[in-house]
Design a protein around this ligand. Structure first.
Ligand SMILES: Nc1ncnc2c1ncn2[C@@H]1O[C@H](COP(=O)(O)OP(=O)(O)OP(=O)(O)O)[C@@H](O)[C@H]1O
Ligand SMILES: [Mg+2]
Length: 360
């Protein structure tokens, strides 16, 4: 037994020794198989060598990298920082820093860079740079931050809507009391306007409150009418006429009321934002054998062909104050309902957004 063990130890040690003896092979494995990019630089920051991961991140081949002016690829605001860390590394002190660069494809990348001085005795003769591409991770972080902000705004809005409900109840109570004594036309008008505020505030509360998904039979017509009521004040302000055509054989479909409201609002908001000088938005609901079609047609700026395929990408927006989340959320919800979202558009003519939902 002991003999066998010592024989085993011997062979293991031997193989390790022979492996270490082939130091070059060890270095090659570390260099070529590394998932982080590695640059070998001389003290003038010229590239001596680069690994395959570095070629992939930068888009340049090793030969191209050797002739590249690295500084010119650093985003302007980061150049000073890079020079500081590089000079520290040349003093023999390893560094780590964040850096934004533009790669060969013109894409801006966020990197984390480690600089490891290559020492010969007490002299620095160059440096390794180990480079991790964290662009995607950064983007996710930003996305989380944005959605935090969105839910905070939602909470605030719900708070405001809630506070409006109490005085509203008081107003309605006194109006009921006074009704026999005042002009009946005025009283009816005041009642209907109060009812309108009530619906809008309730819609607002309903939307702002995060809810469990709740699929049940609902009338699309009713959902749509409430959404239009909610958006009418805004469309009037913008000189936009919102009109709806709903065929009579409309039937209830299994859906989440809250989510579909969100979808209709997102699409109508986009339509309104595409018409800064006013115009018409037509909403049409048609029921067919196995599906229901909901169309939103605007007379706005339209969407160029090459941008159509980007709709629904997270944070894809052409608006100065847009979040680029509207259509992403819309698509998700329609998918949850086994439906389809179709967008057709002509620049300067307008856009048609159609939702198809199965009726069973
Ligand atoms: N009806 C439309 N007319 C013209 N462009 C549109 C229309 N709907 C969407 N777009 C284009 O699609 C982009 C993405 O829309 P999306 O609703 O996802 O985000 P957003 O409206 O920019 O921002 P958010 O909805 O989050 O406030 C818009 O920025 C706009 O360029
Ligand atoms: Mg939008």
């Amino acid at each position: 037994m002991l003999e066998a063990l010592s024989a085993h130890n011997k062979t293991t040690s031997e193989s390790i020794y022979s492996f270490i003896e082939q130091k070059e092979q060890l270095y090659d494995s570390l260099f070529n198989n590394n998932i982080d990019g590695i640059l070998v630089l001389n003290t003038y920051a010229n590239v001596i060598d680069a690994n395959p991961a570095m070629e992939k991140i930068s888009g340049y081949t090793v030969e191209e990298l050797k002739n590249l002016d690295l500084i010119s690829h650093i985003v302007e605001g980061d150049i000073e920082k890079k020079l500081y860390h590089w000079n520290e590394a040349l003093q023999g002190k390893p560094q780590e820093h964040g850096l934004s660069i533009i790669n060969k494809a013109g894409k801006k990348l966020t990197l984390v860079v480690k600089i490891i001085p290559i020492r010969n005795g007490n002299q620095t003769i160059g440096a390794f740079e180990i480079i991790k591409d964290v662009t995607e991770a950064k983007r996710m972080e930003m996305m989380m931050h944005q959605s935090d902000k969105l839910s905070l705004v939602g909470e605030l809005a719900a708070g405001v809507a809630h506070e409006i409900r109490n005085p509203l109840t008081t107003l309605k109570g006194f109006l009921d009391l006074l009704e026999p004594e005042i002009n009946s036309t005025y009283a009816a008008l005041m009642q209907s306007e109060l009812e309108r505020i009530n619906i809008i505030v309730n819609e607002f509360l309903f939307l702002a409150k995060p809810k469990e998904v709740d699929f049940k039979p609902n009338s699309i017509k009713k959902i749509m009418n409430n959404v239009i009521l909610l958006l009418e004040p805004q469309s009037n302000l913008k000189n936009i006429q919102l009109s709806s055509y709903i065929n009579d054989n409309e039937i209830d479909i299994n859906c989440d009321e809250n989510q579909l409201k969100q979808v209709f609002i997102n699409i109508l908001k986009n339509a309104m934002e595409s018409m800064p000088n006013g115009g018409n938005i037509h909403v049409k609901i048609n029921t067919y054998n196995d599906h229901i079609s909901i169309q939103f047609k605007d007379e706005g700026c339209g969407i160029p062909e090459e941008q159509l395929e980007r709709l629904g990408e997270p944070f894809y927006t052409t608006k100065a104050d847009g979040t680029g989340l509207g259509l992403l959320i819309t698509k998700k919800i329609i998918q949850n309902h086994n439906g389809q979202l179709i967008v057709k558009s002509q620049v300067n003519k307008g856009t048609l957004v159609e939702i198809l939902l199965p009726t069973r």
